[in-house]
Design a protein around this ligand. Structure first.
Ligand code: NG1
Length: 399
C-alpha cells in the first residue's frame, strides 16, 4: 500500500453475495433473489445534460445489491447493511417524502413506479453497496435502479430500461428533492461491460460505444472536498444557459436548447451575448462537440484523442464555465505532469468531487504514487484513488 493512498482493492470491491444471502435469511423468511446496479463515472460531457446535449459516462464495477423476497401484503420492509438500519413503508398509504435519509431513494423509486400505474407487491429487501458515497460516483442512482429492478421483478412486472431510469430520476426529484439530470440512472440501468454509453439527453437514447481498455485505465481521484457554492452555482449556470438560448433564439428561431447550436453558428452569433453568458454557452456548445468526437475516437480505439478532448473539457469547465476549484485544478495539473496520463479532467458538477483520468496501464502505479504524494504535500489531505473497468448495468444476479 502506498503511503497516503486509500486504494480500493479490486478483490475487496466485489460484494460477498453469499454473506448477503445469509444475512437476509437471518432476518427474513424465504430464499431471496438478487439485483444489482452499478455506480458510474462520466468520461466527458459535463453540464450538457440539462442543455439537451450529450454525455459519455461508463458504469463502474462498484455496485449496489438488493436482495428481495415478495410478500403478499403491500408493505415493504427494508434493511440497509451499510448503515445497519431497518425501515418500513406501506404502498397503500401516503408516504413521507424528503426525510433526508437513505430510505428516500428506496421509497422514491417505488412510489414513482406506482405513479406510472405499475402495481407493485410488498417485499422484504436487504441492501448492500460498495459504491463510495460522496465521491461523485452516483451511489444514489445505483440504489434507485437496483431497488426499482428488484421491486418490479418480484412483482412479476417488466418495463424497459429507459422507463426504469426515468422512474429512478422521478423518485429522486419528488422523494429526495434533487432535480438531477437523467445521466446517472440511465447508465446504471443501461451500462454495458467493455463499453461507455453515449447518451443523447434530449432523445433519451443511448448508444454503447466499445471501450478497449487493454492499454489504458480509468482512474478516479476524489478530492474529498465539496464547496458550499456547489448547488447555488449549479442553478445559476442552468439559468445562464437558458438566458443564452433566449438571446440566441432572437436570431436563430429554430433553437430551443443549446444542443441546437453548432460551433460555427455559435461563432457567428456569440457577439450578441453579454459576459459571462457568452463563455457559459461556448462551453456547452464546445462540450457537446467534444463528447461526440470522444465517442468517435473511442470507437476507433484512439485513446490519445480521447485524452486530448478530456483535457480541453477541463480547460473549458475551468475558464469558461467556471465550475472547477483549486483542489480539482491541482489534481489535473499534477496528473498532466505524470508520464502516461493521456487525459485528466474534473467530473460531475464541480466545486469539489473527483477528477477522471485516462492513464496508460503500465504507468498506473507511478500515477497513484505521484498524485497522492504531491496532492498531500500541497493540501495536507490524501485523495482517494479508484480504478475501474467499464462495467455492466443493472441486472438480476445468480448466486
Ligand atoms: P454530479 O455532480 O455527478 O452529481 C451533476 C448532475 C448531473 C450533471 C452534472 C454536470 C445531479 C444529481 N447530477 O452531477 O445531472 O448535470 O452535475 O455535468 O445533480
Amino acid at each position: 500500500m502506498l503511503s497516503g493512498v486509500a486504494e480500493i482493492d479490486k478483490a475487496k470491491r466485489l460484494i460477498d453475495r453469499e454473506a448477503l444471502r445469509l444475512a437476509f435469511l437471518e432476518r427474513y423468511e424465504g430464499e431471496p433473489r438478487m439485483f444489482r446496479a452499478p455506480g458510474r463515472v462520466n468520461l466527458i460531457g459535463e453540464h450538457t445534460d440539462y442543455n439537451g446535449g450529450f454525455v459519455l459516462p461508463m458504469a463502474i464495477e462498484c455496485e449496489t445489491i438488493v436482495a428481495a423476497v415478495r410478500r403478499e401484503e403491500r408493505r415493504v420492509r427494508v434493511y440497509s447493511l451499510n448503515v445497519d438500519e431497518a425501515a418500513v413503508f406501506d404502498l397503500d398509504r401516503p408516504g413521507v417524502p424528503r426525510r433526508g435519509i437513505w430510505l428516500d431513494y428506496v421509497e422514491g423509486v417505488a412510489r414513482a413506479l406506482e405513479d406510472c400505474g405499475i402495481q407493485l407487491s410488498g417485499a422484504d429487501l436487504m441492501i448492500l453497496s460498495d459504491v463510495p458515497q460522496g465521491a461523485g460516483l452516483s451511489s444514489s442512482a445505483a440504489l434507485e435502479v437496483a431497488t426499482g429492478l428488484a421491486l418490479l421483478t418480484i412483482a412479476g412486472k417488466e418495463i424497459d430500461r429507459v422507463a426504469l431510469a426515468l422512474a429512478g430520476q422521478r423518485g429522486e426529484h419528488t422523494y429526495v428533492g434533487t432535480l438531477c439530470g437523467i445521466m446517472d440512472q440511465f447508465v446504471a440501468a443501461l451500462g454495458r461491460a467493455g463499453h461507455a454509453l453515449l447518451i443523447d439527453c434530449r432523445k433519451l437514447e443511448a448508444t454503447a460505444v466499445p471501450f478497449d481498455t487493454s492499454s489504458v485505465v480509468v482512474a478516479i481521484c476524489d478530492t474529498h472536498v465539496k464547496h458550499e457554492l456547489s448547488s447555488s452555482e449549479y442553478n445559476t449556470r442552468r439559468a445562464e444557459c437558458e438566458h443564452g438560448v433566449e438571446l440566441l433564439a432572437e436570431v436563430l428561431p429554430h433553437i430551443t436548447q443549446l444542443r441546437d447550436v453548432g460551433l460555427e453558428e455559435f461563432a457567428r452569433h456569440e457577439f450578441l451575448l453579454p459576459e459571462p453568458i457568452r463563455r457559459r454557452c461556448r462551453h456547452v456548445v464546445g462540450e457537446n462537440e467534444r463528447t461526440l468526437d470522444a465517442a468517435d475516437a473511442l470507437r476507433r480505439g484512439d485513446v490519445e484523442e480521447v485524452g486530448r478532448l478530456m483535457n480541453r473539457s477541463h480547460e473549458s469547465l475551468r475558464d469558461d464555465y467556471e465550475v472547477s476549484c483549486t483542489e480539482l485544478d491541482l489534481l489535473v495539473q499534477i496528473a498532466l505532469k505524470c508520464e502516461g496520463v493521456l487525459g485528466s479532467r474534473m467530473t460531475g458538477a464541480g466545486f469539489g468531487g473527483s477528477t477522471v483520468n485516462l492513464v496508460r496501464r503500465e504507468q498506473l502505479e507511478r500515477f497513484k504514487q505521484v498524485i497522492s504524494t504531491e496532492y498531500e504535500a500541497r493540501l495536507h489531505v490524501a485523495p482517494t484513488i479508484y480504478t475501474s473497468e467499464p462495467g455492466d448495468g443493472a441486472r438480476e444476479i445468480c448466486i
